[in-house]
Design a binder for this molecule. Structure first.
Ligand code: PMP
Length: 378
């Protein structure tokens, strides 16, 4: 048989990737050290050296999450895969799920849960006692609205009603204080591409003993084979079984970068990283107000230090601003997402990007955009 589809002309050209300032809500810039780690040779995903790297990753995540949980690993996939891993493994038909909606991520979690259970319920303390949900979802850092949701006391409240506490920390982890065990969080996940500064594609996750008990008491198998907790924890060597069985081919080069990104964070120290993100964000927020922009989140206490939402300046087309800044300054900032679409500009300064120099760069790009973009008189 002859080939009917010729090789595409475009693939004869060399790969072109520009260097950019990645100051949107993610992915962030990946420093050379982490990029180089990902360029090391591919070896078998079940070779002993890879198991050792996976074990280092587990310890790194335990530090990052401040947890002693044995069931700590990284899902092969982006933040969404960890979200589904958390929900699909703990929820089964007949359960109810409660989600706090303070932006798009609560909506997404509800959309995932509704694939298993009939209807999710929206958050209020009253809803815990009324609906007796099996799981409560909360985004710690809501990257769509720029809100940092307080966590203290919620885990204890959930446990009073025999409900698991699931926290999304994709946008906050490493940039804002969080103590998984002390705050009684049952399932916690994050992504690699924000504060960790690794490429997108791996998602750290951890399950408490309480969460494990709920999983082992399931009457049905989880919806997804790929995200099945028992398979994944065996592949990651968390379950103490004598043999680790092939489940999927782990993305080994992504593991190298994840390990390196955790090593960078360990070198700086969590508390130092939290403090750096806090002070840089404060400096940024003051600078924004100085140039006449307004922050979307009024209450300083609940502003996310990693992703800042700025009220879309009146009279301007937000898209013109983001494209002007990209074209003129080679710098990505983004518009809103989900409920904040059209209302805000979003700037993410995460991990190595969280510095005063970068704040100054964003402020001058915004000032320039406000001078040069079209402004309507109405
Ligand atoms: N949760 C939050 C709070 C996020 O900010 C994101 C990414 N923007 C996700 C989940 C999903 O992560 P990913 O895009 O890596 O799938």
């Amino acid at each position: 048989m002859s080939l009917r589809v010729p090789p595409p002309q475009s693939l004869r050209e060399a790969l072109k990737v520009p260097d950019r300032y990645m100051f949107g809500p993610g992915p962030s810039n990946v420093p050379p050290r982490i990029l180089e780690a990902g360029a090391r040779p591919v070896i078998g995903h079940m070779h002993p050296e890879i198991f050792e790297i996976m074990s280092d990753i587990k310890s790194g995540i335990q530090y990052l999450f401040q947890t002693q949980n044995k069931m700590t690993f990284a899902v092969s996939g982006t933040g969404h895969s960890a979200m589904e891993c958390a929900i699909f493994n703990t929820v089964e038909p007949g359960d109810s799920v409660l989600t706090a909606v303070n932006g798009i991520w609560g909506e997404r979690a509800a959309e995932m849960a509704e694939r298993i259970v009939k209807k999710g319920f929206s958050w209020s303390v009253f809803a815990l006692s009324k609906h007796r949900p099996a799981l409560f979802f909360l985004a710690h850092g809501e990257s769509s609205t720029g809100v940092l949701h307080p966590l203290d006391g919620i885990g204890q409240l959930c446990h009073k009603y025999n409900c698991l506490f699931l926290v999304d920390s994709v946008a906050s982890m490493g940039g804002s204080p969080l103590h998984m065990d002390q705050q009684e969080i049952d399932i916690l996940y994050t992504g690699s591409q924000k504060v960790l500064n690794a490429p997108p594609g791996t998602a750290p996750i951890s399950f408490s003993e309480r969460a494990c008990r709920k999983i082992s008491s399931r009457k049905t198998k989880p919806l997804s084979f790929f995200l099945d907790f028992n398979w994944l924890t065996n592949y990651w060597g968390c379950d103490d079984k004598p043999t680790r069985v092939y489940h999927h081919t782990g993305p080994v080069t992504a593991f190298y970068s994840l390990r390196e990104s955790l090593a960078v964070l360990c070198e700086e120290g969590l508390e130092a990283s939290w403090e750096r993100h806090r002070t840089v964000a404060e400096y940024f927020h003051a600078g924004l107000e100085n140039i006449g922009l307004k922050l979307f989140v009024k209450d300083k206490q609940v502003r996310l230090p990693t992703v800042t939402t700025i009220i879309a300046p009146h009279g301007y087309d937000w898209k013109e601003i983001t494209s002007y800044i990209m074209r003129t300054h080679n710098l990505e900032i983004s518009g809103g997402l989900g409920p904040s679409a059209g209302l805000v500009l979003r700037v993410g300064l995460m991990g190595c990007n969280s510095s005063r120099t970068n704040v100054d760069m964003v402020l001058s790009a915004l000032t320039d955009a406000l001078q040069h973009c079209h402004r309507s008189k109405v």
